[in-house]
Design a binder for this molecule. Structure first.
Ligand code: GDP
Length: 452
């Protein structure tokens, strides 16, 4: 077994461009020393960093495998912080595999999933939020979520966390010092204005919690269950809703999975729609997987749309499905085909039930539904562009808020206050992955001359 350090010192290689045929394909190599790879592959002794070279790529027996561009980045000024070589060959899977094999021959090993980004994180090129945002950017399902991921990658989210972290460190500094030097207790607290600092901190963390929630909605979207008998207008409604974004359906053509699941984008937010009409007994393996996922989505749904033909009303079958859904699941009753029933497009609230009257085919009342859907899942785009966030971040943020709130209600109990602030600091720092006790001590001793 290699030690972690040895493992990290390996030269790693992977095809960086997507699968399939393309004009150009990219292979990326990263490691502590790439001279053997460069010499063996390009027959050049040295590549100047950040300069594109047009070269032939050689096999062991001097046979030419392909020709293309190479770019060399000298660590730490590279994506991973190590030496990096980017090889641009012709984008054929066969050619790229030959180049890959050649790199393996020259001492590289295959990179693990996400290993380039992991090394970038371990070498301090990115924090955890930024590392995660790379994956989120690659998998973004709408322009809005891609933009949000880029904001996180550029450090917008991390920057806000760091700013609050600085305030936390500052506060902890006062409190810990007061604990260590109790004789100066009262004066210290008064001078430090702990309470007002806590108040400010609480205000800012609650604000950041709000934006993080928006970021998670944009990233995860919402799970919506749709109930309604055949011909009530489900497909028409989904098409009408998705109208503004053309790239609606992430169709996996040829499978029956899309019978039960469909994705639409409203205001940049992805909605996973699960059609309960597609949930049925089946022997088809692929369909079974789809249905299992659908049932899982139903269990964790955010909202249920009940579609009714306004001229006919709800069927027994619909009522049976509704009875099986969790009672706490918010339900939106949609009366379709009002062009036939003569109703006008509107929303009405009857007890806890929202009724929307619309026509999917004629496009009447669709805006009402869109706005209602967004509001129900907590989306508020008045804040402008948001950064993308993950559930992990939200959980850590909630924990931080809990401890800051506890600190606030115990601000006069120094021991408890210190403890709560420490918990808050650990929770918040876990988001960017930067916490270490040494940081705090360094901060304290560099800015505070305690010893006198
Ligand atoms: P699904 O089986 O629930 O997916 O229903 P479809 O969306 O396929 O619609 C069934 C039929 O109802 C189609 O002929 C639609 O054109 C029609 N339809 C859907 N919405 C409306 C509407 O608002 N008004 C009218 N008049 N017809 C509609």
């Amino acid at each position: 077994m290699k030690t972690t350090t040895e493992y990290l010192a390996d030269n790693i290689v992977a095809i960086a461009s997507g699968a399939g045929y393309a004009g150009v394909g990219v292979i990326r190599v990263s490691g502590a020393n790439l001279s053997a790879v460069i010499a063996g592959l390009t027959h050049k002794d040295e590549l100047k960093p950040r300069l594109a070279y047009y070269v032939d790529f050689y096999a062991a027996a001097n046979e030419i495998l392909d020709s293309g561009l190479v770019l060399f980045f000298r660590g730490p000024k590279s994506f991973t912080g190590e030496d990096v070589l980017e090889i641009q060959g012709h984008g054929s899977p066969v050619v790229l595999n030959m180049l890959l094999k050649r790199c393996l021959e020259l001492g590289c090993r295959m990179a693990e999933a996400g290993e380039f980004t992991k090394r970038a994180y371990l070498n301090g090129k990115l924090d955890l939020v930024q590392a995660e945002s790379i994956a989120d950017l690659i998998h973004a399902e709408s322009e809005a979520s891609a933009k949000g991921a880029l904001k996180s990658l550029k450090g917008e989210f991390s920057g806000q966390i760091q700013q609050i972290n600085q305030q936390l460190i500052h506060l902890r500094m006062f409190v810990e010092a007061t604990l260590d030097f109790p004789e100066e207790d009262i004066e210290f607290i008064a001078n430090a204005k702990i309470k007002s600092k806590l108040e400010l901190l609480q205000h800012e963390i609650h604000q950041l919690l709000g934006s993080t929630k928006q970021g998670v909605i944009l990233n995860n979207g919402a799970n919506i269950v749709i109930v309604g008998r055949p011909n009530v207008g489900k497909s028409s409604l989904l098409n009408a809703l998705a109208n503004e974004d053309i790239a609606i359906v992430t169709a996996i053509a040829g499978t029956t999975r899309d019978v039960v699941r469909q994705k639409i984008i409203i205001d940049g937010v992805p909605f996973n729609i699960v059609d309960t009409a597609g949930i049925r007994e089946t022997d088809d393996v692929v369909e079974k997987i789809g249905i299992e996922r659908a049932l899982h989505a139903v269990a964790s749904a955010d909202l249920c749309m009940v579609l009714i033909d306004d001229n006919v009303g709800m069927s027994m079958a619909d009522q049976q499905i509704l009875a099986q859904l969790p009672e706490a699941l918010p339900k939106l009753f949609i009366h379709n085909k009002i062009d036939l029933s003569g109703e006008s497009p509107r929303i009405s609230q009857q007890n806890e039930f929202t009724q929307i009257y619309l026509s999917a085919r004629e496009g009447l009342g669709i805006d009402l539904l869109r706005a209602k859907l967004l509001a129900l899942i907590g989306w508020d785009n008045s804040a402008g562009d948001v950064f993308l966030a993950r559930t992990r971040h939200l959980d850590a943020m909630r924990l931080t808020v809990k401890h800051i709130d506890n600190a606030f209600s115990n601000w006069q109990e120094l021991e408890i206050l210190a403890e709560e602030l420490r918990y808050a600091h650990t929770a918040l720092s876990s988001i960017t992955g930067e916490f270490s006790a040494d940081d705090l001590l360094g901060e304290i001793f560099s800015k505070f001359c305690i010893g006198k």
